[in-house]
Design a protein around this ligand. Structure first.
Ligand SMILES: Nc1ncnc2c1ncn2[C@@H]1O[C@H](COP(=O)(O)OP(=O)(O)OP(=O)(O)O)[C@@H](O)[C@H]1O
Ligand SMILES: [Mg+2]
Length: 158
């Protein structure tokens, strides 16, 4: 298990992490996002999308849509919100396997609710709210490809 911690003093800090992530993720990556309401899960997806060249105003919280697809950037981005889903069956009905197997980057908000439905190999980003704008990101992985991505992230940010 490899872990990397990133401290963001404010929203610009989170945006910087999004840029770094965009640089180390490759086609087919799956990112599990964990954090309370308003922690900044959607904000991080926006930052990655912006770094991929997708207009910021296109990226909104998918709370009502459940899956948003952002295309036109360097890689397609798929963004699941699972907050309103009642159970694993409802998640599976959205067809996540197809997204996981695609060449895009797939983000899943509230991933801790659907761990059994996620690919075993994935990047996990846990967001802790430390203050009005202060956040701690704990990024972890337990497989070779994502561990390498985390190492790269550590090198890029120093
Ligand atoms: N350092 C920060 N990083 C991210 N967002 C921040 C930060 N500081 C303040 N914010 C604010 O916190 C909010 C984060 O909202 P966001 O929609 O990204 O949260 P979320 O985790 O996706 O919540 P939800 O579970 O409701 O989908 C935004 O209003 C943003 O402006
Ligand atoms: Mg959100």
């Amino acid at each position: 298990m490899t872990e990397y911690r990133f401290h963001a003093k404010n929203e610009e800090g989170s945006e910087e992490l999004g840029r770094l992530l965009a640089g180390v993720l490759s086609p087919g990556s799956v990112v599990a996002l964990i954090g309370t309401l308003g922690a900044g899960k959607t904000r991080l997806v926006q930052a990655v999308a912006a770094a991929m060249g997708i207009a910021h105003d296109k990226v909104t919280s998918p709370t009502f849509v459940l899956v948003n697809e952002y295309v036109g950037g360097r890689l397609p981005i798929y963004h699941f919100d699972t907050y309103r889903l009642r159970d694993e069956d409802e998640f599976i009905e959205l067809g996540p396997e197809e997204y996981f197997a695609s060449n895009g980057i797939t983000f899943v908000e509230w991933a801790d609710r659907f761990e059994n439905c996620l690919p075993p190999e994935r990047l996990t980003v846990r967001i802790e709210v430390l203050g009005a704008q202060e956040r701690e990101f704990i990024i972890s992985a337990n497989s070779g490809y994502y561990e390498a991505a985390i190492h790269e992230l550590g090198c890029l940010s120093t």
